[in-house]
Design a binder for this molecule. Structure first.
Ligand code: SF4
Length: 171
């Protein structure tokens, strides 16, 4: 049987990302209700990655986390490539989760996270310090609570119009 901390580590990066965007979306996705349009967004992300970082190789670890590319510069650098900084909090926590996962499951301590925004030519560096690790634990615990509940009531937001679950929530 899995321990609580092992169960928590089964939270995949996409769930962390959705946690900061919309709790309904997080719940639907986590209960295997997936719509077509999501795959278009994934393809768009892939295209951006391929155009900007052709030489770099993507890594999927344990079928749970997918890292756009990795570099070794004294420490292990995990790189994510994003379109814009609109959802920067979700980008940051997704990457913190990857760093935490490698630390817990693979025993790798010396890790840095880098978020690349090629369209605006910016990079942000992230460190998994004690306080960030604690915040991440709170997020993971909260995700677990949300998934155990009934579907959270949708809240209308600007992003709903572009969301794959629009019809599910609003039509
Ligand atoms: S349509 Fe809006 S409320 Fe529904 S899942 Fe998408 S973002 Fe959330």
């Amino acid at each position: 049987m899995l321990s609580d901390s092992e169960k928590n580590l089964r939270i995949i990066g996409t769930q962390i990302h959705y946690y900061f965007i919309c709790k309904t979306k997080l719940w639907l996705f986590s209960h295997h209700i997936q719509m077509e349009q999501e795959s278009d967004l994934v393809s768009l992300g892939k295209l951006l990655h391929e155009k900007s970082y052709k030489e770099e190789k993507e890594y999927t670890i344990d079928n749970l986390i997918s890292i756009d590319f990795i570099k070794k510069q004294g420490c292990l650098e995990l790189h994510e490539v994003k379109k814009s900084r609109k959802m920067k909090k979700s980008h940051e926590y997704q990457l913190l989760y990857y760093m935490y996962y490698l630390k817990q499951k693979k025993g790798i301590e010396n890790i840095k996270g880098v978020i690349n925004y090629p369209k605006i030519r910016k990079k942000i560096t992230i460190d998994l310090d004690e306080s960030k690790e604690k915040e991440l634990m709170d997020v993971i615990a909260d995700i677990g609570n949300i998934l155990d509940m009934d579907t959270p009531k949708p809240q209308r937001m600007k992003i709903c119009r572009k969301c794959a679950y629009f019809e599910f929530c609003w039509v």
